[in-house]
Design a protein around this ligand. Structure first.
Ligand SMILES: N[C@@H](CCC(=O)N[C@@H](CS)C(=O)NCC(=O)O)C(=O)O
Length: 149
């Protein structure tokens, strides 16, 4: 590795923002359960049987939360993995901190725009901001470590 001298404060910031976006991702499970119960929408026969309803796979309210959850998984997991590797490249503390802050803000904004069904390109913009942060960290990792290829 180029550097393993990571300031405690930067490790703390990374842990904090990782926990923020991971908690937000986990909250989508609770939101899905809430929407299912509120609307009596169940995808498993044993669940639907408790309210004597047929199984339903295409309820838009529930599916919107599920798509949002999947999108979090597609973006938040790369952030946590790339962020840890990024710290090993010895980035400037201020630069790294803003990467973490901007990513967390972009994912919260993505969820708000998705759940409120705000007109595009609002959701697309929030998605691309988060994607850009991940791409920036990936670029730094790959360019710092290219000597080991
Ligand atoms: N898996 C995503 C890849 C592209 C993507 O993440 N697009 C953003 C901005 S339009 C999004 O919010 N997609 C909606 C989604 O993943 O449900 C998709 O199918 O749309």
């Amino acid at each position: 590795m180029v550097s393993i001298n990571i300031p405690d404060s930067l490790l703390g910031s990374f842990a904090f923002y990782s926990a923020v976006v991971l908690s937000k991702t986990m909250a989508m499970s609770l939101l899905t359960a809430f929407k299912r119960i509120k609307n009596s929408i169940y995808a498993n026969p044993e669940d639907a049987a408790t309210v004597r309803k047929p199984v339903v796979f295409n309820n838009e309210t529930v599916e919107r939360v599920r798509r949002n959850h999947l999108n979090d998984l597609e973006n938040v997991l790369p952030f946590v993995l790339l962020g840890g590797l990024y710290l090993l490249t010895g980035p400037a503390a201020g630069t790294a901190l803003w990467h973490f802050r901007i990513f967390a803000a972009s994912r919260i904004a993505h969820t708000i725009s998705y759940q409120l069904a705000l007109p595009q390109p609002s959701r697309a913009l929030t998605f691309f901001v988060g994607l850009s942060v991940n791409a920036s960290m990936a670029y730094r990792i790959l360019s710092s470590l290219s000597q080991f290829a």
